[in-house]
Design a binder for this molecule. Structure first.
Ligand code: G6P
Length: 606
């Protein structure tokens, strides 16, 4: 959601900015723009895809050694050229790009208008341009400091002044920003892929920190303008992981990376048939004393949390409250001593999830986070972080991110269950062994690709779908349904199979497609009855079942069998055919799989 790139150095600024913005396309956007400082600041921006901006730039001869760029995901004001960033001060001497939301912008706008400032856009960001102008004398840092004192909300800001041709200035709060360290050049960006071609070394800016960036220097300051020393981070993955490597789409590449990612994630925690969470600050005694676990997340991470709740409750007999982050933060949650909070987030930057974390922490609750992006805000704000090690996930629809979250939740359930003596040693070791075979089982599911393609060809033009299951299969159905709707735009609903009768079965008519996920022995009979109920009303049934449920062939229009492994882990397998199916259905419908309309990968606004 919104991407920022900044460059200062002797190379082709325009191309570096454009390339950087393209690498951030996955975050989701609906317009883009760049500002380059030469004798004056030139801004070019355009609605729609970056290629529109690129085409417009071909008609302009803009050059310079310093520039900032932005992809905008509209929040305040429609996605048009005027509302796109960068935003100018009225005298065109200051240009600003911003990711986040200035919550008190209306109040500030009114004050500035009273002082004579004229606004041309509907955005909250334009306030920053004029406010900065109102404070600016000659000291860029001082003006920024004053702006930060006035604005409320979240921001990653990058600002250029035409009077300072050798520097730009940045600040952040609750929106990601990194500073890439080059030689004779430096960069800023919302995320690593934007700078990876140029440097592997970078600083993370923390909340309320600011930096002045020149070609040869990066000076970072705290909120009181004290110079501070920051740790240099090194990108720990290869650039090829952030490229398509021959696949048509990142999503397909990431689906096929899952066996390797799962292996990496599991192997990092398992040694000699035991699970270790290195440097965990929570002691075994504290784990034994846990009264409640609160799992909080958004989107697919929430769906992973639902599987986690099921398995933790089963293995540990600890009650687990599962909440969507945007609900949790406003419901005055009941958090007691001896509770812990598990926060799940692929990006580590989701605004609601981060706010939920802060709320739980303020109440004195220990936070364990399951995060993919190393060093992200959620990771840094947690007491303990478990990195999923899936590598960069570029496609908006998560696949390997979700799968590795599941793996991590299984390991938490097993380890905590074992520590609390809810599962004995032989069961514990047995499950660990099964986890270590997960790579093989997932490969097995991926080998169903051709079969799934055929099914996708048959059903791709439907407009509605139901996906049903019971227990863990219901949790898997929710994720399957989200995958299908977000990339193919097919209206899809997941239901707990037993609940369908309480209203939604009214929507079943001849040829309605119902997907059934069936992997749980003790729920099989009941789930089959539910499938028969919809079949009797004309539904076509596509079933994902575990091997051994051969009799389901009798009722299925199409059926796919997945390996029969320990039931607690089946959600990791049933999701794979549904990811592939969603992908091929979307391809058949001509959808932009990696960048579905209206969606953003990293949701950094509430
Ligand atoms: C967005 C993404 C989803 C993701 C959700 C939570 O909606 O499109 O794929 O599940 O955010 O993101 P997080 O980074 O916190 O896991």
């Amino acid at each position: 959601m919104c991407g920022i790139v900044g460059y200062i150095g002797n190379k082709d600024t325009k191309n570096i900015l454009l390339d950087g913005l393209k690498k951030l396309e996955y975050r989701g956007y609906d317009s883009s723009g760049i500002a380059i400082l030469d004798s004056e600041i030139n801004i070019v921006k355009e609605k729609g895809k970056i290629v529109n901006l690129e085409n417009k730039l071909k008609l302009e001869n803009i050059q310079g050694n310093i520039g900032i760029g932005h992809t905008r995901w509209a929040t305040h004001g429609e996605p048009n050229e005027i509302n796109s960033h960068p935003h100018f001060s009225s005298d065109k001497k200051i240009a600003v790009v911003h990711n986040g939301i200035i919550e008190n912008y209306l109040e500030l706008k009114e004050k500035l208008q009273n002082k004579g400032y004229k606004f041309i856009s509907d955005t909250d960001t334009e306030v920053v341009a004029h406010l900065y102008h109102s404070y600016y004398t000659d000291d860029m840092l001082d003006a920024l400091c004053k702006v930060l004192r006035d604005i409320k909300g979240s921001y990653a800001l990058c600002i250029m002044c035409s009077e300072h041709k050798d520097k730009f200035i940045v600040a952040r709060k609750d929106s990601p920003l990194i500073i890439g360290i080059g030689s004779d050049e430096n960069f800023v960006a919302s995320d690593i892929p934007a700078i990876l071609e140029h440097t592997k070394e970078y600083y993370f800016l923390d909340d309320m920190e600011m930096a002045i960036i020149t070609k040869d220097n990066i000076n970072i300051f705290d909120r009181d303008k004290n110079l501070i020393k920051k740790e240099v981070f090194k990108v720990d993955f290869d650039i090829s992981l952030a490229q398509k490597n021959g696949y048509d789409y990142f999503m397909l590449k990431e689906i096929f990376e899952q066996p390797l990612c799962i292996k990496k994630c599991i192997n990092a925690k398992i040694l000699d048939n035991d699970i270790f969470f290195e440097k965990f600050s929570i002691t075994n005694e504290q784990i034994k004393d846990i009264n409640n676990i609160h799992i909080v997340a958004c989107g697919s991470a929430y769906h992973a949390g639902m599987v986690g709740k099921h398995i933790i409750e089963k293995m540990c007999r600890i009650p687990v409250n599962l909440d969507i982050a945007s609900e949790f933060r406003y419901k005055n949650p009941i958090l007691n001593k001896n509770d812990i909070c598990i926060i799940i987030s692929q990006s580590g930057e989701t605004a609601d999830t981060l706010a939920a974390l802060k709320l739980a922490r303020e109440k004195g609750i220990k936070i364990i986070s399951i995060v993919n992006v190393v060093g992200s805000s959620i990771a840094r704000e947690s007491n303990d972080v478990l990195y999923t090690l899936a590598g960069p996930e570029i496609a908006v629809a998560t696949t390997k991110g979700y799968s590795t979250q599941l793996a991590m939740l299984y390991m938490i359930a097993l380890k905590f269950g074992y520590i609390r003596c809810n599962i004995n040693e032989s069961t514990y070791k047995d499950y660990i062994k099964e986890l270590q075979s997960m790579e093989k089982y997932i490969k097995n599911c991926l080998s169903l690709e051709d079969r799934i393609k055929t099914i996708a060809n048959k059903y791709y033009n439907i407009e509605n779908a139901f996906i049903i299951g019971r227990g863990l299969d219901y949790s898997a159905s929710l994720e399957a349904s989200l995958k299908l709707k977000e990339i193919s735009y097919i209206h899809s609903e997941a239901y707990a199979a037993g609940e369908l009768k309480h209203g939604s079965i009214a929507l079943i008519e001849d040829n309605t497609v119902v997907f059934g996920i069936l992997t749980q022995d003790d729920l099989l009979e009941k789930a089959v009855s539910n499938l028969k109920e919809v079949k009797a009303r004309g539904a076509r049934l596509v079933i994902i079942a575990k091997e051994g449920y051969e009799s389901l062939r009798d009722i299925a229009d199409d059926i796919v069998f997945i390996p029969n492994i320990k039931e607690e882990f089946m959600a990791s397998l049933s999701v794979i055919p549904m990811q592939l199916l969603s992908y091929y259905v979307a391809i058949n419908r001509g959808c932009d799989v990696d960048m579905p309309r209206n969606l953003a990968k990293s949701v950094t606004v509430e």
